[in-house]
Write a protein that binds this ligand. Sequence first.
Ligand code: ZN
Length: 136
Amino acid sequence: MKLKISPTAFAEMQKHAEATYPNECCGFFYGKDGEIRNIEVAKIVTNSKEGDQRRRFEVSPLDYLKAERYADEIGQTLLGIYHSHPEHPAIPSEHDLKQAVPFFSYIIISVMKGKTEVTKSWQLDDAGKFEEEEIL
Ligand SMILES: [Zn+2]
């Protein structure tokens, strides 16, 4: 899958990732699915992980429900989740793999010393492994 992220949505994700540093941030993004996924809207979600959030994030079931509703409201598709990796590369962890669901794109933003660096996106393949997506 290929992704195109609108500059506004991308800027919001980056700002969020820096604001929550050294903790992980997370959020949903919405847009139009197709041969190329067009991401148009990013929306912040509270990291509901209890305790240390530097290496983990969690999205509550209620927030998933709200995200589905919001997608309907704005007439777009819920395409995935972004989260940050403070002081770590933009590569999914074992934990990320366990939590991943098919269809979603998983955008990971690496934040080094409080500044966003590499951003990569991943999607589960048929074998249940993460495959990197191309960000155009
Ligand atoms: Zn992660």
